[in-house]
Ligand binder design. Structure first.
Ligand code: AMP
Length: 536
């Protein structure tokens, strides 16, 4: 076991990925990935409950996906910090093999054995596992962490990841955006003056960011992403293609058999990864189903060219995203000095070919797509409070605003606003004279709050009408709200609730006697709880 060096800080950089988690540490000023107990450098972000009632994490959990799919939780990163009723969660419910249920605050949660677990608990188990592995490898306690998140994560998701870190026993020093961490891994202490585009195509999402690097100042100029575009979408195309072929051949729908479908999913991803290296492969699943007592095999050759044909539009979408991000700030393609690839799906040869066509230069070699985010997070951790520390100038990826009449969002903090930042507005009058003022805060790109993410409600006294309220974003892009109290000056306003309006509505309905019964609150009065919201 390597002896610890006294200068080295007890802080880990962790890339908590959709598919895999990678952890790094800076020793002797050099960032290195910490190998898992199985010798690999990445740990599957999977948690499972075995048939014997034990929790499994990582490879052991992934191994039981086929035999115990309902008790094997993967892809938690797509669910964490999201509301159960959100579009993403509802879409994933039909795709994931485990039960996604509604948690007590209207958030997405999962059912495992006979208990419901919050996603921070699930991700917390992955983080606790990497903490244990890193401590065993480094031979010392590792109480601190920097955890990376997609630039496109909203305030709820960031809080949920911080909570996961806390549940794992970490003091989470910073949440850092993944593209920023990747750029750090590339440019830290190299004295560069370059404009860099980070193209991150991971398991579940696609994130594009443009950064200006000047010495150790990393300034994000623009960022954008698609939370519905990632490796799983490529897998799904292969799965659909294979199921279709199988149906034509045998008139058997493999989607009806959970175990067969799980085997096809695994084989489809393996074939996709093979095709990044070799031009042809075969999806070969003996005895995938049976018909009238006779075993049916699935054996389908697939070429790289076929894969490219059925997924070309997905790759095209990622480049439309690149253009949109550049256009936001009027940045020309030609002014990009380097393109850094992040995320496993960026290894697809078609992606690399399209990078060359689109930007007129190949992607930068030497930046490892699976490791650079963790390495950058570790470098940031090591440089915190140091003389040669880095300066990160990040931006807000999605507007934040308040609910306004007609279910509209009034933007207060705009997209691409550099952070930290503070923006102020004046408090509107209460809906009913003399009653507290309720303000609902939302984050998202849409002008309609129904399409945005609800962050929480603020409740202020009626006397606060017309006073100033500040929305403050810290360097982690976490939101705080302060209010100009007539007597005490600027004071912090805690969120009265982070429950969704729907969860509140239900809670109130449960507490309220049925209509007509003595003491039932008039409907109009109950609606007042939701502040400006007029949805019925
Ligand atoms: P990440 O979230 O960065 O761990 O990315 C994981 C995604 O990358 C998964 O969808 C993998 O199937 C995909 N992936 C990993 N390696 C390759 C490869 N060599 N070629 C294509 N896709 C890959």
């Amino acid at each position: 076991m390597p002896p610890p060096l006294s200068r080295d800080k007890p802080i880990l950089g962790i890339d908590l990925g959709t598919t895999n988690t990678c952890v790094a540490h800076v020793r002797n000023r050099i960032p290195r990935v910490v190998p898992t107990d199985k010798g690999s450098l990445i740990l599957p972000s999977v948690v499972a409950l075995s048939s014997r009632g034990d929790f499994l994490v990582g490879g052991a959990a992934k191994d039981q996906l086929l035999t115990n799919p309902r008790n094997t939780i993967y892809g938690a990163k797509r669910l964490i910090g999201r509301k159960f009723n959100s579009r993403v969660v509802q879409d994933l419910r039909s795709y994931y093999s485990y039960d996604i249920v509604e948690g007590p605050q209207g958030e997405a949660a999962v059912s495992l054995g006979d208990r419901v677990y919050g996603l921070p608990e699930i991700s917390g188990m992955v983080l606790a596992h990497v903490k244990k592995i890193a401590e065993a490898f480094l031979g010392r306690p590792m109480p601190q962490a920097i955890i990376s998140v997609p630039a496109y994560y909203n305030d709820n998701q960031r809080h949920a990841v911080k909570e996961a870190g806390r549940l794992a026993g970490f003091d989470v020093k910073r949440i850092v955006n993944e593209p920023t961490a990747a750029a750090l891994a590339y440019g830290f202490n190299r004295g560069l003056d370059q404009r860099v585009l980070v193209y991150d195509l991971g398991g579940g999402t696609c994130d594009i960011s443009v950064l200006q690097l000047q010495q150790n100042v990393f300034e994000v100029l623009a960022t954008g992403g698609d939370t519905f575009l990632g490796g799983v979408d490529f897998d799904n195309r292969i799965i659909d293609w294979a199921l279709d072929q199988f149906w034509r051949e045998h008139k058997v729908d493999l989607a009806q058999s959970p175990i067969a479908l799980q085997r096809v999913k695994k084989a489809a991803e393996a074939a996709k990864i093979d095709l990044s290296l070799i031009p042809n492969t075969v999806i070969d699943l003996p005895f995938v189903e049976e018909r009238r007592g006779k075993p049916l095999d699935l054996r389908m050759p697939i070429s790289r060219q076929q894969l490219e044909e059925i997924t070309r539009d997905l790759v095209d979408r990622s480049f439309t995203l690149c253009d949109e991000v550049l256009e936001q700030k009027g940045i020309s393609r030609g002014s990009i000095d380097e393109i850094i690839l992040v995320g496993g799906q960026s290894r697809m040869p078609l992606v690399q070919q399209r990078i060359r066509e689109h930007f007129g230069k190949p992607p930068r070699k030497g930046v490892h797509p699976d490791e650079c985010v963790a390495l950058g997070a570790a470098l940031l951790g090591d440089s915190l409070d140091s003389i040669d520390s880095v300066t990160l100038v990040d931006v807000l990826s999605m507007p934040i605003g308040i609910a306004a009449p007609n279910d509209r969002m009034r933007r207060v903090l705009e997209k691409n606003q550099p952070i930290p930042a503070t923006r102020s507005f004046r408090l509107p009058p209460p809906r009913e004279p003399g009653k507290p003022i309720e303000i609902d805060i939302y984050q998202g790109d849409s002008d309609q709050i129904v399409d945005d993410e609800f962050l929480g409600s603020l409740r202020l006294p009626a006397a606060a009408t017309g006073r100033r309220i500040d929305l403050k974003l810290d360097e982690e892009c976490l939101l705080r709200v302060t209010f100009d109290d007539p007597e005490r000056g600027m004071v912090e306003v805690p969120f009265a609730t982070r429950d969704t309006p729907e969860a509140l509505r239900r809670a109130i309905a449960e507490k309220t006697p049925p209509p007509g019964a003595a003491g039932a609150a008039p409907r109009e009065q109950r609606r007042g709880i939701f502040g400006w919201l007029t949805r019925s």
